[in-house]
Design a protein around this ligand. Structure first.
Ligand code: ADP
Length: 591
């Protein structure tokens, strides 16, 4: 029902009907009041025209002689002029009491009220006041005898005639009203259709646009406001189409960026639900399902102390300086989380989290820190020894010669050791910076080359009663490489074998070619390297047994340098070892 009254069509028809009702009512009121007034005026005029001073003096004379009969005789001759009929009659009243003496209508004149006009006439003046409101019209003429009113000639009209006229008009108007309401209904219906139909068409088009059909065009054509509305609608729909196109292409762009970003991205809404995750973030977090992932539980799980509330607070206080970042280990990798809030419609809409894998950086930093600590430690030990021996010598100026020589010998040994460390470090740093320049490659006949080095190392093996053997294929073969560098590596590996093989052990040195590489294999039956130490064996300063290494004068940098050099030469170095059984180091160089 309410919806019906909301319809423009019903409103227009109602307005039509209301307008017609008011027009008819105004006309009705106007007509009836005017007719009543006209009737009143006509009555007064008629009376004034009949009751001229001449007739009044004639009436006075007749009354003087024949009383009220004389009066009625004369009035009887004026019946036509006074318009007397069933609704208008005359009476002769007593001038002093106002009582009816005679009347042309005995029934109506009985108990007749004393009207204003009768009272005026009783004072001697003509009662001619008229009032359209009253239910009757009257006129009272005093008939004076000897200066005082003896009789009153009184004309009264019951207005029945005018009432029946107005009643007729009223009924005619009611009929007209009903008829015009019918016409208004029909006209209003058709007229409003011309307005509501295009509006309904426009509404349908708008509904289709709202459901996503952006290419809908309104076909409503007219020159009026609705036509303008339709044109504006079409303009709006094409602008919307364009904007939606731009928005969706922008969205595509953003999605492509997010998809292909090397950083992970997470977006959470204010209630902490995950609303977006890109493939990289999935890879870093490594879960199977993300539907139930929530901000608070996730960051609690990985022990990152952060809440949405604090992030929004930070955003509100414009605290951009302290970009909120947390580092945490997720899925075995170190991830840096950077938090930022984003806004929708000028309010904080959610939290964006950027995930950056800093595992390698972390490792690098750790190893750098470890390296510095190692360098300091390695240098401090010999320095302490040097300092304490030197101080002892200063404190004891007359100590014996043998002791002095021993102390100075230790100082020199420790100084040598420091020199070695510094030299090795310099070599490594030059290798790191690529300043360790290679000599032009030369042809190296491998059998002769490796056997020459073995011969030179033979002496140190002999000192430890170790059996060192060299094995090579019969056919000669050669590689192109930097002879000095390769020699440095091989010497380092053989001397390690000697160092870490107990007295009486065996060392075998092989050379040969396999597929595209030449190889040198140094095998010993020494102390070996525990499996858990093997992966770190090429790290700087890494030693299985620090004390033992130091005893043998090692710096812990030899293998690191060897690895770097082999990399530069385009070759490789690998170590296999069984703890307590022996070690085998294989150096390979491309043929
Ligand atoms: P260092 O100067 O201490 O010898 P390296 O870098 O040459 O340093 O070697 C690193 C560590 O590797 C040594 O301290 C030792 O523990 C282990 N190592 C190297 N070669 C052998 C080997 N042939 N047998 C057993 N352990 C070895």
């Amino acid at each position: 029902m309410r919806a019906m009254f909301k319809s423009i069509q019903v409103k227009i028809v109602t307005i039509f009907i209301l307008v017609i009702i008011s027009v008819v009512t105004v006309i009705g009121l106007f007509m009836t009041t005017n007719i009543v007034r006209m009737y009143n005026d006509e009555f007064s005029l008629m009376m004034e025209q009949v009751f001229t001073p001449r007739l009044i003096s004639e009436l006075e004379k007749s009354a003087e002689h024949n009383g009220s009969d004389g009066l009625s005789d004369i009035i009887g001759t004026y019946i036509g002029q006074l318009g007397l009929d069933t609704y208008r009659f005359y009476s002769i009243l007593d001038g002093k009491t106002g009582e009816v003496i005679k009347s042309s209508d005995e029934t109506r004149s009985q108990g007749m009220e004393k009207s204003d006009n009768i009272i005026i006439a009783m004072t001697g003046r003509t009662g001619s006041t008229s009032n359209t409101e009253k239910s009757y019209m009257d006129y009272a003429v005093p008939i004076n005898i000897g200066g005082t009113p003896q009789y009153i000639v009184y004309i009264k009209d019951t207005k029945n005639e005018v009432n029946s006229v107005t009643r007729n008009i009223f009924f005619i108007l009611i009929e007209a009203l009903i008829f015009s309401i019918l016409i208004a209904l029909i006209l209003g219906f058709f007229f409003s259709r011309t307005i509501t139909k295009p509006i309904r068409d426009l509404t349908k088009s708008a509904e289709r646009i709202a459901s996503g059909e952006f290419d809908v065009v309104s076909t409503v054509k007219s020159d009026d406001e609705i036509g303008i509305l339709s044109d504006t609608f079409n303009y709006m729909s094409s602008a919307l189409h364009e904007t939606m196109g731009e928005v969706s292409s922008e969205k595509d762009k953003v999605e492509t960026i997010l998809r292909n970003m090397t950083d992970g991205i997470l977006a959470f809404n204010l209630s902490g639900q995950l609303t977006h995750i890109n493939p990289e973030a999935k890879r870093l977090i490594g879960r199977q399902y993300y539907d139930d992932m929530r901000f608070d539980t996730f960051f609690k799980e990985i022990n990152a102390d952060i809440s949405i509330g604090s992030l929004i607070y930070m955003n509100d206080t414009g605290d951009d300086e302290n970009k909120t970042e947390r580092e945490a280990t997720v899925n075995g990798r170190v991830i840096r989380f950077t938090f930022a809030s984003f806004s929708t419609e000028n309010k904080v809409g959610g939290i964006l989290v950027v995930l950056h894998d800093i595992t390698n950086q972390h490792k690098l930093e750790n190893s750098r820190r470890e390296f510095v600590a190692n360098v300091s430690h390695e240098l401090r030990t010999p320095l302490t020894t040097v300092k304490s021996y030197a101080e002892t010598l200063i404190d004891m100026p007359d100590c014996d010669e043998a002791m002095r020589t021993k102390f100075l010998g230790t100082i020199a040994k420790e100084a040598d050791r420091m020199t070695r460390i510094v030299k090795d470090l310099l070599t490594l740093s030059r290798l790191d910076e690529g300043q360790y320049e290679l000599k032009p490659f030369e042809r190296i006949e491998m059998t002769a080359f490796v056997s020459g080095i073995t011969e030179r190392m033979f002496f140190s093996a002999k000192e430890k009663h170790q059996a060192m053997k060299f094995h090579a294929p019969e056919a000669p073969f050669s590689v192109m490489s930097d002879k000095d560098k390769l020699e440095q590596v091989i010497i380092n590996i053989i001397s390690n074998a000697v160092k870490y093989t107990p007295d009486g052990g065996r060392i075998d040195i092989y050379t040969g070619s396999l597929y595209t590489d030449a190889f040198i294999k140094v095998q010993d039956n020494g102390i070996g390297i525990p499996a858990e130490n093997l992966p770190r064996i090429f790290e700087r300063f890494y030693r299985v047994d620090k004390a033992r290494s130091r005893e043998t004068g090692g710096t812990g940098l030899g293998l690191a340098i060897a690895k770097q050099i082999m990399n530069q030469l385009g070759g490789n170095i690998t170590i296999n070892s069984t703890y307590g059984e022996g070690t085998e180091v294989i150096i390979s160089v491309p043929l």
